[in-house]
Write a protein that binds this ligand. Structure first.
Ligand code: CU
Length: 649
């Protein structure tokens, strides 16, 4: 890497003039526009903002949880990752706008991995590739000479290859886009990869390894003329109203109160939605469940090992900043750091009829939806956190958009589906890591693995039909690296061993995994080393303020080994201490013809359900259902079996 031409001068710490936030919620609220503007001013004064220096990440640096919970609240600090695309220098800066100073600066942080991709790199790449003689020759060979139709698709580079250590690269595919409205994903120019050094602004290499025809059929689903179908008749409108308004309130710090639930909604550029201090009311007592919950990483590894595609393993949080502001972040711009809440309110009913007493009285469940939607490249992801009155917390991630395409070599090809004539979609996974900083009735928690098991035939089980639960405490970090097993209903119970319910059992919340495949790659592969977090459904670590990202902090082009595998090598104790659960879940996607040209929603997630946390069903005080829309029989659901209320960030 080229050293920076001059090291920016860091001003001496000034006299603090800002008062620390008054409350925990104020300390943890999302960055405000005035804080971003003030931070930008501090950075600019230090020479750390300018035409060539781009903001790669900006976000709240959470104060140490232990200090905050002890009531010691400090002035808010923010973390800025910066990249000079002329020199290649990068900085990791902590800034305190209230004290008008930079707290710390690390220069050239990119030794193993790089700071996340910035949008300027994407826009640079097409011009650079369009000028390269080797790439032009590869296109000419395929009869492609109209540059205005050739879209260069920059992609995070994966692990560094031979001689690439320290370089900031994008690996690029080409697609044909016949007109500005044409869906380019329908026409991949497969077999050609251009490797671009975004700092040197040159193409390092062009790999031209296979000559596959460019799929010809269009995929312009937005054009009625292309589908050739008249609009389907009979679709009647659904109207949803809450005549008395929503049942939730949101305060200025993003704290939501809803029918006994309270939590703080935040937004981070890297993780997207962050939910903090989730608690539920239990007969007048506010009881904590989670200190912080977010999607801390997600990876989309592709299973086609060809020379063109081996590197395609996108880390949408660590490389691309899932939160979505990466696309337009300019410090000081008003559109950053503000959260808009939209009410998306749906109401429907569900009843329960008891077989024994004939009572059809029900306690309708209702759920609050907190959601956000991002577009990362070709894919769209919706993240829906559901809170229900029965105390459950569920995350549903919905995937839609356009699948990543290739040329399909023909029948029998083992690494991709054929979606349209000659058009392929390589098999891939979408693997998410939920970071769940648990706080079940207090910070000191433990995890038990709970399984369904047969009782051996014998005096205790003379008929052979006996089965029971086995409960195994996960005591250390190494012992707590677990795979799901749906054949045994394996679940993980997070308890507070020092708090018991009225039956004498520990209070707890059960994590129910979906138990779908973890990372499908062998241990020697670079993606196994880079996304080791995704090789287990569960990890448990003791809380540490700097352990936030399961694939490591600087994921972009990192060779691997960072994050969970590095931290857990210490094999710390996780039994009855302040613990964080890391839960891997996701989809293994073998694309269908029906996924083309735009994919119907597929979904994945997990559920956290109270398990002995309450002494009985916590919804008994919900008034019985009334209203002529709630018949005891013959009800139908459209679209769900809960009442919904929503808040969208
Ligand atoms: Cu997919």
């Amino acid at each position: 890497m080229t050293p920076p031409t001059s090291t920016p001068e860091i001003p001496a710490p000034g006299i603090p003039d800002g008062a620390p936030p008054a409350t925990l919620a104020a300390a943890l609220a999302s960055p405000r526009a005035d804080e971003i503007t003030a931070s930008a001013a501090v950075l600019r004064r230090a020479g750390l903002l300018g035409p060539d220096i781009h903001v790669s990440y900006f976000g709240l640096l959470d104060q140490d949880k232990r200090e905050l919970l002890a009531g010691s609240i400090a002035a808010r600090r923010f973390r800025a990752m910066l990249i000079d695309l002329r020199s290649g220098a990068s900085w990791d800066v902590v800034v305190c706008p209230d004290e008008d100073r930079i707290v710390s600066t690390e220069l050239d942080v990119a030794t193993d991995g790089h700071v996340p991709v910035v949008i300027a790199e994407f826009s640079l790449v097409e011009q650079i590739v369009h000028r390269d003689e080797r790439w032009l020759a590869a296109m000419r060979k395929r009869g492609l000479t109209d540059l205005s139709q050739l879209r260069v698709n920059p992609l995070s580079a994966g692990a560094p290859g031979e001689g690439e250590a320290g370089l900031r690269l994008q690996r690029c595919f080409t697609f044909v886009q016949k007109t500005p409205d044409d869906l380019g994903w329908a026409h991949p120019v497969d077999g050609v990869t251009a490797i671009v050094d975004v700092v040197a602004r040159e193409v390092r290499d062009v790999i031209d390894y296979a000559d596959l025809p460019v799929p010809a059929e269009d995929g312009n689903y937005h054009d009625p003329a292309w589908t050739g179908l008249p609009p389907r008749a009979g679709l009647k409108p659904i109207e949803i109203t809450q005549p008395e308004g929503p049942s939730f309130t949101i305060d200025r710090d993003g704290v939501v109160s809803w029918l006994g639930w309270t939590f703080q909604v935040g937004f981070d550029q890297r993780e997207g939605l962050v939910l903090r201090n989730i608690a539920i009311d239990d007969a007048g007592t506010r009881r904590s469940v989670l200190y912080r919950a977010s999607i801390a990483e997600m990876t989309v590894p592709y299973g086609e090992p060809s020379p063109q595609r081996w590197f395609q393993n996108f880390f949408d949080c660590g490389e691309y900043l899932l939160g979505g502001f990466a696309n337009s972040l300019e410090l000081g711009c008003d559109c950053v750091g503000e959260i808009t809440y939209l009410d998306v309110v749906l109401a429907d009913s569900a009843g329960h009829t008891d077989n024994w007493n004939g009572s059809s009285e029900s306690r309708r469940n209702r759920r609050l939806v907190v959601s956000f939607f991002v577009t990362v490249g070709n894919y769209d992801y919706g993240f829906y956190w559901y809170f229900t009155l029965d105390g459950a917390i569920e995350l549903e991630v919905k995937a839609t958009g356009v699948v990543f395409t290739s040329a399909h070599p023909g029948p029998g090809y083992e690494f991709a589906s054929e979606l349209a004539p000659g058009l392929g979609a390589p098999y891939h996974q979408h693997l998410f890591s939920a970071r769940l900083d648990m706080m079940v009735d207090g910070v000191d928690n433990a995890v038990d693995e709970v399984e369904a098991v047969l009782v051996p035939r014998g005096p205790r089980n003379s008929t052979g039909s006996g089965f029971t639960q086995s409960v195994t405490r996960l005591r250390t970090e190494s012992g707590a690296q677990r795979l799901a097993d749906n054949t045994r209903n394996r679940s993980w119970l997070v308890t507070n061993p020092s708090v018991t319910n009225r039956l004498g059992g520990p209070v707890g919340y059960m994590l129910h995994p979906e138990g779908r495949p973890v990372l499908l790659a062998d241990e020697e592969s670079d993606i196994f080393r880079r996304a080791t977090y995704a090789t287990r459904h569960l990890w448990v670590t003791p809380y540490a303020p700097d352990e936030n990202y399961p694939a490591g902090d600087l994921v972009n082009m990192h060779p691997g080994g960072a994050g969970l595998p590095a931290w857990t090598a210490a094999d710390r104790d996780v039994d009855g201490t302040d613990i964080v659960l890391w839960h891997t879940f996701g989809l293994t996607h073998f694309p269908r013809p029906e996924d083309w040209p735009v994919m119907p929603v597929d979904s994945t997630g997990f559920v956290l359900r109270p398990y002995g946390f309450f002494d009985r069903n916590p919804t008994l005080d919900i008034p019985a259902s009334i209203g002529d829309h709630c018949h005891p029989t013959g009800h139908h659901h459209e679209p769900g079996d809960h009442d919904h209320e929503g808040s969208t960030a």
